[in-house]
Design a protein around this ligand. Sequence first.
Ligand SMILES: [Cu+2]
Length: 214
Amino acid sequence: MTARQSYLALLIAFGLVSGFDVPVGCAAQRPKAYIAKLIPLNANTTHSHARGRLRLTISRGVLTIELNAWGLPPGMMHMIHLHGFPNGKAASCPTAAADTNHDGIIDVTEIKAAAGITLVPLDRDPAALDIAGGAYPVASESGHVAYRQSVSLAHLDREMAARFRGASLDLDKRVVFIHSILGEHLLPETVASMADFPAQATIPIACGKIVPAR
Ligand SMILES: [Cu+2]
């Protein structure tokens, strides 16, 4: 035992400090948690009934992202993101009214008015913000995704501020989307997409609003 360790042991023995734990009642250190319940979007068209639960936990500077989702088109990669407004306006999941071109499908460009832009990818390295090229989860043959990643909150905040004009994570102002249906699924030509992706890759199939966990 070093001199420092034996000094600490002495203090603990005399009840002067409570070991190495964070003091009870220190609000800044208490884990913060947020959840989102994802419900199907565009289910009539995609014939998928994707549902899920997202849990976001912040503890000691680390954000842990956990998503379980079911009913997804099976055996394929699904783009999954946190969306929101960089200016801090609260995002919400789109309603049927978001289908502004009335083709019966709320496409990825039509979700922007309610939900803002793509911010954080739920891929293998969320803080890299590689929205177009990230390694996203692949649904099992039964259409299930179980996703879990931990990232440094400071790192993610830094990357977000640099990419999105000073935006921060602001979890209770964000929504989560699951995208993507099978490539052979036919969609009307009116369904818009982003970048060079076919509309089948970007079509949203589930959405959930992030709220503080109770
Ligand atoms: Cu998205």
